[in-house]
Write a protein that binds this ligand. Structure first.
Ligand SMILES: NC(=O)c1ccc[n+]([C@@H]2O[C@H](COP(=O)([O-])OP(=O)(O)OC[C@H]3O[C@@H](n4cnc5c(N)ncnc54)[C@H](OP(=O)(O)O)[C@@H]3O)[C@@H](O)[C@H]2O)c1
Length: 406
C-alpha cells in the first residue's frame, strides 16, 4: 500500500512529538510515525539524490507532518468554542487496541451503521488503517489516533490530542492487551514497569482517570460508560481460571515496590511468569471496574463494566505462544470446551456493552450464554475482594501520580 494512501482524513497523529517520550512512538512499526523534529533533516539529506520512491516517502512524511499540526475537526458538527460538547455530534467511543481481534471487531460493529463515531486508539497507524479498510468500516465513521499504553507520556498525549479534536466522549473501551506466556524474563517499559501489567492495567488506569472528566461532559442523554475488558482466565472460580499458573495478586507487595525489577516484577512479589502476569493484569482490570464503580459511579454518573466476550482463540493475543499451541487451541476451544466465539461475535458482544441501554448496571461483569444472551456473571473471590480493590486503586493512583477527583 502506498504510504500516502494511509494519510486519509481520518488518521490523526500526535500534535506534539517533541517531548522525550516520543521515542516510544518511533519504536512502533509504522514507518509514518516519525518525530517531527527529524523531518527537516531527513528532507535535507534526501535532496542529495532522490529516487521516485524517496520522493514519495518525503511527500508522505510532509502529509503526516501536516496532519500532526492540525488534527481534523469532527465532520458531523460545526466547530464550537463553547464548553461542553454539542448534542448534535454522534456519540463517540474510544476503543484501545482496535487494530486487531476483539477491538477491531467491535470497531466494525459500532462503526458500520453510522450511529457511532469510533476512535481507534492504536500504537500502529498503518496496521490500524489497513485493518479498518479491510473490514469495510466507512471512513467517515472512524478516526485513528496514536496511543501506546506502555508509555505513560503517550497516554497523556493521546488525551490532549483527543481533546484537540473537539469530539464529545460517551464511552471508553479499554481493550488492548499483551500476553507474553513464553517470556522467560520480564520486559520493562520506558517508565520502568513490567510490560504486561503496565500495558494492560496501569496504562488503562491512567487513561480512564484522565478521560473521566471528558465522559462527564457528554450530553445529558449520553450513556456515559467505561468498559474494561476482563477475562475468564483471571477468575479462579472457573475451570479456565484454574489452569496453572493461577492469577493471584497476593498482598500486592510487588506493585507497592514499583514492579520495576529491583525488588519485584510480579504484583505478588513472586518470580516472573509471563502467563501469570497477564492473568494478574486481568484481575486488576476487573478489580478496577468494581472499585471505580464503588468510588465514582454515583459521583460522576458514569457506568463502569467489564466483560468476558468468550474465547476468541485465533486473535493476535496468542502471537507469542508456541506455534503448536496456536494450531491446537482453536479446535480445542471449538470442539472440546465449546467456549469458542468468532471475532465477529465477540465484537458484537463488546459493542452491546457499549451501546445497549439495557446493559446499564454499573460494576457488572458481563458474559454470554451459548445462545448469545448476555447475563451478569459471578467473579472470583479475589476479584470481589473489596479491600484488595481499594488497595490496588490507591497504589495505582500513587504510582501514576494521580489525585482523586474532588
Ligand atoms: N482472545 C481471547 O480469547 C480473549 C479472551 C478473553 C479476553 N480477551 C481480551 O480481549 C482483549 C483484546 O485481545 P485480542 O484477543 O483481541 O488480542 P489482539 O488481537 O492481540 O488485540 C490486542 C490489541 O492490543 C493492542 N496493543 C498491545 N499493546 C499495546 C500498547 N502498548 N498500546 C496500544 N495498543 C496495544 C494491539 O496492538 P497491535 O495491533 O499494534 O499489536 C492489538 O490491537 C484483551 O483485553 C484480552 O485480554 C481476549
Amino acid at each position: 500500500m502506498a504510504a500516502s494512501s494511509l494519510m486519509a482524513h481520518s488518521i490523526q497523529a500526535p500534535s506534539s512529538v517533541a517531548s522525550s517520550s516520543r521515542a516510544s512512538l518511533c519504536s512502533t512499526s509504522a514507518p509514518l510515525i516519525l518525530q517531527k523534529a527529524s523531518f527537516k533533516g531527513l528532507g535535507l539529506r534526501m535532496q542529495r539524490k532522490q529516487s521516485k520512491q524517496e520522493r514519495l516517502l518525503v511527500q508522505s512524511i510532509a502529509a503526516a507532518a501536516a496532519t500532526m499540526e492540525a488534527p481534523a475537526r469532527p465532520t458531523d458538527q460545526a466547530p464550537s468554542k463553547a464548553p461542553g460538547k454539542p448534542a448534535t455530534q454522534k456519540p463517540t467511543v474510544i476503543i484501545t487496541g482496535a487494530s486487531s481481534g476483539l477491538g477491531l471487531a467491535a470497531a466494525k460493529a459500532l462503526g458500520q451503521d453510522g450511529d457511532w463515531h469510533v476512535i481507534m486508539a492504536c500504537r500502529d497507524f498503518s496496521k490500524a488503517a489497513r485493518a479498518a479498510q479491510a473490514q469495510g468500516i466507512p471512513k467517515e465513521n472512524y478516526t485513528i489516533m496514536h496511543l501506546d499504553l506502555a508509555a505513560f507520556d503517550s497516554v497523556r498525549q493521546f488525551v490532549e490530542n483527543f481533546r484537540n479534536s473537539e469530539r464529545r466522549l460517551d464511552v471508553l473501551v479499554c481493550n488492548a492487551a499483551v500476553y507474553l506466556p513464553t517470556a522467560k524474563e520480564p520486559r520493562y517499559t520506558a517508565d520502568g514497569y513490567e510490560l504486561s501489567v503496565a500495558t494492560n492495567h496501569l496504562g488503562h488506569f491512567l487513561l480512564t482517570n484522565l478521560l473521566l472528566e471528558d465522559i462527564q461532559k457528554a450530553p445529558e442523554d449520553s450513556l456515559k460508560r467505561v468498559v474494561i475488558v476482563g477475562s475468564i482466565t483471571g477468575n479462579t472460580n472457573t475451570l479456565a481460571g484454574n489452569v496453572p499458573p493461577k492469577a493471584d495478586l497476593g498482598d500486592l507487595r510487588g506493585l507497592a515496590a514499583g514492579l520495576d525489577g529491583r525488588h519485584a516484577s510480579m504484583i505478588n512479589g513472586g518470580d516472573f511468569d509471563g502467563a501469570k502476569a497477564y492473568k494478574d493484569s486481568k484481575v486488576c482490570n476487573m478489580l478496577t471496574v468494581r472499585e471505580m464503580h464503588r468510588r465514582l459511579h454515583e459521583k460522576t454518573g458514569v457506568t463502569f463494566s467489564s466483560l468476558y466476550p468468550g474465547c476468541i482463540a485465533e486473535t493476535g493475543l496468542f502471537r507469542e505462544h508456541y506455534s503448536l499451541f496456536r494450531t491446537l487451541f482453536p479446535p480445542f476451544q471449538k470442539y472440546i470446551t465449546k467456549g469458542y466465539v468468532s471475532e465477529d461475535e465477540a465484537g458484537k458482544r463488546l459493542a452491546q456493552v457499549v451501546r445497549d441501554p439495557k446493559l446499564d448496571k454499573s460494576g457488572t461483569y458481563w458474559s454470554w450464554s451459548n445462545d448469545s444472551e448476555s447475563f451478569e456473571n459471578q467473579v472470583s473471590e479475589e476479584v470481589s475482594d473489596g479491600e484488595k480493590g481499594r488497595k490496588l486503586y490507591d497504589l495505582s493512583m500513587k504510582l501514576l501520580g494521580l489525585k482523586e477527583q474532588a
